[in-house]
Design a protein around this ligand. Structure first.
Ligand SMILES: Cc1cc2nc3c(=O)[nH]c(=O)nc-3n(C[C@H](O)[C@H](O)[C@H](O)COP(=O)(O)OP(=O)(O)OC[C@H]3O[C@@H](n4cnc5c(N)ncnc54)[C@H](O)[C@@H]3O)c2cc1C
Ligand code: FES
Length: 294
């Protein structure tokens, strides 16, 4: 892991282009970015700050769900659930309103890694992974796409996902805890069924609740597969300054960072704690201490 990083993010004022309800309890937001905002890659995120008067002081982190060009303009999409004060205020913004955006932030999925790609999504975690599937398709690679949720109502955008994936020659496998759609069980049950028929090495890219990510990490480590997991943490700055989004490193990751000459007081490259915003949000399963994450 490199200690120095090239800054590619910017703080800009973006204009709301589209803002609609999507599925049960989710919203789709598309922002038009000004010139100079770098095109995000799957797994990266942005910090969205509401215009004044805003009920929240700090910006809210959101994974990028799409990045496309229309008439020369960069449009960046987000799929989110209004769960609290900030996201509910965000949900009230009409097309034409402005939002302060810092991004693109963090490290995305290493989609160039060789192997059979399996994308594993839980609930709204589907958004960055559909973007990842499209990036793989542009590189002429198919994927297995595993989409799980508690119940079918939480499989946000599943019909569109099936259509987009089949156009790419990729396959969608659905699981719900209550059996209301697809396999009854979890994404791990689907992985167990799929894995024997796939060409090794397997490379997993996942996004979803931390419990699901921990299970995917454990499954991959037990089988010698690599898994890249998009983590979340409560964030303030999103840029590595406030040290407010720590995740515990594994022993192996700590030893490697120490061998690179980091000190316990180091900000960038701290041996004990990775910062979700700058070291992640995508981490390989062996980078984190999963017992302490949970
Ligand atoms: C890198 C990253 C990417 C994210 N991508 C998305 C996304 O694509 N779509 C989406 O809907 N949400 C995403 N989140 C979560 C989102 O940032 C939070 O839901 C949001 O900050 C809540 O703000 P609020 O003011 O509405 O809620 P608050 O009033 O601050 O809190 C309301 C509830 O939300 C919980 N909450 C707060 N922050 C988080 C968090 N980071 N993760 C989980 N729960 C949280 C609180 O514990 C509380 O229960 C992401 C978070 C991170 C760190
Ligand atoms: S949010 Fe400030 S260091 Fe990560």
């Amino acid at each position: 892991m490199s200690v120095t990083q090239t800054r590619t993010w910017r703080q800009v004022s973006a204009c709301v282009r589209t803002h609609t309800a999507q599925g049960e309890g989710f919203r789709w937001l598309e922002l038009e970015m000004p010139e100079g905002f770098e095109t995000p890659v799957a797994g990266q995120f942005a910090q969205l700050l509401l215009p004044p008067p805003s009920p929240v002081l700090l910006p809210r982190p959101m994974s990028v769900a799409s990045a496309r060009r229309s008439r020369g303009r960069l449009l960046v999409g987000f799929l989110y659930a209004p769960v609290g004060t900030g996201t509910r205020a965000l949900a009230a913004l009409e097309p034409g309103a402005h939002v302060e955006v810092t991004g693109p932030l963090g490290r995305g999925y290493p989609l160039e890694e060789p192997g059979t790609p399996i994308l594993v999504a839980g609930g709204r975690g589907v958004a960055p992974l559909l973007m990842a599937a499209e990036a793989l398709s542009r590189a002429r690679r198919r994927c297995e796409f595993v989409f799980g949720a508690r119940t079918k109502a939480l499989l946000v955008g599943v019909a569109g996902a099936r259509l987009r994936l089949s156009r790419m020659g990729s396959r969608l496998h659905v699981a719900t805890d209550d059996g209301s759609r697809g396999t009854q069980g979890t994404v791990i049950d689907v992985l167990e069924r799929l894995a024997p028929g796939l060409e090794p090495p397997l490379v997993l890219h996942a996004c979803g609740p931390h419990g699901m990510l921990a299970a995917v990490a454990e499954w991959a480590m037990a089988r010698g597969a690599r898994a890249h997991l998009a983590m979340e943490s409560v964030m303030a700055c999103g840029t590595g300054v406030c040290r407010g989004c720590p995740l515990p490193r594994s022993h192996a990751a700590r030893d490697r960072v120490l061998a690179q000459g980091a000190s316990a007081n180091a900000l960038q490259g701290n041996p004990e704690w990775a910062m979700c915003c700058t070291d992640g949000p995508v981490f390989e399963s062996r980078e984190l201490d999963w017992e302490r994450v949970s």
